[in-house]
Write a protein of this length. Sequence first.
Length: 251
Amino acid sequence: MNAHNHFADRGEPVLDDPEAERTRQLENLALGYQLFAAFRWGDMGDGHITYRDPERDDHMWLLRHGVSFDRATAADMVLVAPDGSAVDHAGEPARINLTAYYIHHPIHQARPDVGSAAHTHTQWGTPLAAERRVIDPVSQESTVFYDDVALFDDEEVQIISTDGGKRIAAALGEKSSAVLANHGLLTTGPTVAAAVGLFVMMERAAEVNMKATNALPISAESAIRARTDLTANDTGWNIFRWLTKRHLGVD
């Protein structure tokens, strides 16, 4: 069975002007990092969200190294070139989390449909990854990931080069999300909001998977039906809007 295409018929608006769209996405990128902080994720700098530039599609944006996630702003985002070098908004050299480059750049390179990727270490996603298993359809939310989560079953838990990232991209294939063995969760999307919203839902699904040790799985037919309905109206984007209202006070 082919992976479900979560990126079709999305409801999130996309601005025609690349500069305006870049500004919007960088603002959402900052909000994404702030949301991670609101959930107490990334307190030790462990995590990253990237956004593909709308004009230089081999470049991506991410948070400058050393900025606490809760204080992230659009001005703190830096542009990362294909070789891993980075510059700030003034064009000055900037430091980045190199692991973000090693993991995310190969994914963006392999998947033109991925505008954003999100990864951090979470309370339930990391234990799930330690058991090296994907999301089972045992709850309503978990059906979103039915047949759409890859397992990166690899001993390289510390990704130290783009070679590791390329193996992650190969394991991900055309799926929207991945469980990185003994590491954590990773989600992708056409936009920052889509990837971040999906990440939060995946963490919720991981929590149910870890807590419900004797859960009875939903049938494939019912899982597909639920997935189709739940993903029909731009799931990630809508979750992102609810989360930023609730946790960040953004209207």
